[in-house]
Design a protein around this ligand. Structure first.
Ligand SMILES: [Zn+2]
Length: 630
């Protein structure tokens, strides 16, 4: 549980580092302190080499790689000052929102001090409180503008109540592990290496001779730590066997059990957020394993095999790529597949996860508006800035990318009569493009075609560049799968649990009524005991009736409605019936006649075709099989 544990743990991995190059530029050296962590501040002192220049310009990133939104991290920075090493104050002027110019007065180094407010609990921001600190590079460190290609050293001074600091970076020359000192070879490496400090539970394991560390913050006597470590190790082994190599010297899973969610990939680590209760519920736990699998897969797919635009980064401006379907979509396709191949989910759970993606895509009107490549390009202004109209105008490159991955995999298998797969194409692309440069879209496509042994362009153009519907017949036919109607939405499923279970089975009259219940196709939410329209999907009765987001629903027909009985009341109407909906819109009462429709059938649930041939069953088994020999 102490620093010394991570010392011995990582020592072997760091021992093989080459000797320092002779002409290494001077490092930027940071010291981080937490004099009052309960106030959510980290104090930063940065000793910055001036190179003898009369002025230096310091820059703070505006976004963090992997999360494509300008976040303006400089807004959390305060009290910036500069001085010589002897303590004489130096003038500082802010030049733009995220840059500061320091007059050096001939000093060889400027000592820059500032505080960062850290109370946003997410994988891409900073959080500090009395219990622990999570610091990401982009929201924490200033560096020399346009001059990040030099070492960046960090020393972390812990409050007396914290025992452990973990960062995937090695110690600087002359320092030992466990002193809380780390060296990044460049600003890129610094930004790609989160720092955690606190009193976590630590779990060590080794795969392919590389040390791995699972850092669980907040187990709280609830999270099953040993089980999570065992299962994470199985996923690592499965992915290492898939890629046939482990690209990092060591890897850290920062797993913060903080009743939040999400994950962010880094070169040699990942930050995950989850509820500590998740190991107690099967579905939540399998979802968390999927998240682990997703972020780990990124150590290959995006951190090394990557579009040319995704590194080295411009930390002050948006970077554009049409290939997020590869790095996020294909990663989403493989994440649940690896949980299954590692023996941690059932075939039913895997097919359910894939079905959910297909259903989400096929029921979003936005699929007819935005192509997959456009969704990638516009991630900055669409996916990361979703509003109530997003589903009408956009799609998720995670969701459609995963579905395209499924179809593309089946296509390659069919084209090669089962000899090759998308697995082979990814490995080939990795061999070719995982070095410094990154790939261009055409190069990745060429690797796909080489493995498929034929022209994929028309298929890829349709799937990636157009809004035409995807065709599932080929994939279903290859694996012997079919779509069946899913049981219904969650609300209907809940009905069975809400009291009258005894009468439910075989209660034909009630089921018949239910099946014909009318449907308006909008989402509502309750706020302070009142009912508001939250989202209106294009092409639904609510859309046609002119219901607006933010309308407060007051009455249905001649009767008042409340949030409590709104859904029950809706079920009393039949398709084809017209009823007046009374809403308050900016306080004015408006009557909107709406004609109920039948709820569209949801028919996107994948199931094994009962008439599947032995050959189809064998292909299905081959697809789902583990990379590891048992
Ligand atoms: Zn991802």
């Amino acid at each position: 549980m102490f620093v010394s544990m991570s010392v011995t743990f990582f020592a072997a991995a760091f021992a093989e580092r080459p000797l320092e190059a002779a002409a290494m530029p001077d490092p930027v050296s940071y010291t981080l302190r937490f004099p009052a962590p309960q106030t959510h501040y980290v104090e930063v002192e940065a000793v910055v080499p001036t190179g003898g220049h009369p002025e230096i310009e310091l820059m703070m990133a505006t976004w963090t790689p992997g999360s494509y939104m300008i976040r303006e991290y400089a807004r959390n920075l305060e009290g910036l000052s500069a001085a010589t090493e002897a303590g004489a104050a130096l003038p500082v002027a802010k030049t733009v929102k995220n840059r500061w110019r320091v007059t050096t007065r001939g000093a060889a180094r400027a000592v820059v001090r500032y505080r960062v407010y850290a109370r946003e609990m997410s994988v891409r921001t900073n959080f500090v409180d009395a219990g622990f600190a999570l610091l990401n590079g982009a929201p924490t460190f200033l560096t020399l503008a346009g001059d990040g290609n030099r070492p960046h050293d960090v020393r972390v001074v812990l409050p007396s109540t914290w025992k452990t600091v973990v960062c995937p970076l090695p110690p600087p020359p002359g320092a030992a592990e466990g002193e809380g000192r780390f060296r990044a070879e460049s600003f890129d490496a610094l930004v790609d290496a989160p720092i955690y400090a606190g009193n976590p539970a630590l779990y060590h394991f080794e795969v392919a001779g590389r040390p791995h560390l699972l850092v669980n913050e907040g187990e709280g006597g609830v999270w099953d730590g040993p089980r999570s470590a065992t299962d994470v190790e199985r996923i690592v082994r499965e992915q290492a066997a898939f890629w046939r190599l482990v690209p990092y010297p060591r890897y850290v899973f920062f797993n913060l059990l903080v009743e939040s969610g999400g994950g962010l990939e880094h070169r040699d680590s990942t930050v995950l957020m989850e509820s500590r209760w998740a190991t107690r519920r099967r579905k939540d736990y399998v979802d968390w394993l999927g998240l682990v699998s997703h972020e780990l897969f990124h150590a290959w797919n995006v951190k090394r095999l990557r579009p040319a635009a995704l590194g080295p980064f411009d930390y002050e401006n948006e970077v554009y790529t049409r290939d997020l379907w590869i790095v996020e979509g294909l990663t989403s396709y493989y994440d649940s597949l690896f949980v299954h191949r590692a023996g941690l989910s059932t075939r039913g759970e895997l097919l359910k996860a894939l079905s959910k993606d297909i259903e989400t895509l096929q029921t979003s009107p936005g699929r007819e508006v935005q192509s997959l490549e456009d969704a990638s390009f516009d991630a900055w202004i669409k996916y990361y800035r979703r509003d109530e109209n997003f589903n009408n105008t956009g799609i998720s490159y995670y969701t459609k990318g995963a579905v395209v991955g499924f179809l593309l995999d089946a296509r390659i298998r069919r084209a090669t009569n089962g000899r090759r797969s998308l697995d082979d194409a990814l490995r080939l692309a990795y061999q070719r493009y995982s070095a410094e440069r990154g790939f261009r879209s055409e190069e990745f496509r060429a690797a796909l075609e080489e493995v498929a042994g034929g022209d994929l362009d028309p298929w890829l153009d349709r799937a990636l560049s157009s809004t035409e519907e995807l065709d599932y017949t080929e994939a279903l036919g290859w694996y012997g799968l079919r779509f069946v109607e899913s049981k219904g939405d969650e609300e209907d499923e809940d009905d069975g649990d809400n009291g009258d279970n005894g009468r439910n089975n075989g209660d034909a009259p009630r089921d018949a009524l239910k099946e014909t219940a009318g449907w308006l196709g909008m989402e509502t939410e309750e706020r302070e005991g009142r009912l508001f329209v939250k989202e209106v999907q294009r092409g639904t009765p609510a859309f046609d009736a002119g219901l607006n987001v933010e309308d407060e629903i007051v009455g249905l027909g001649d009767y008042r409605v409340t949030p409590d009985h709104w859904k029950d009341r809706l079920k009393t109407y039949r398709p084809g019936e017209t009823v007046e909906i009374l809403v308050a819109r900016r306080d004015r009462l408006v009557r909107l006649p709406a004609t109920f429709a039948a709820k569209p059938k949801v028919r996107w649930k994948l199931a094994v075709d009962p008439e599947a041939t032995a050959e189809q069953k064998a292909r299905l088994a081959e697809w789902l099989r583990a990379s590891l020999k048992a």
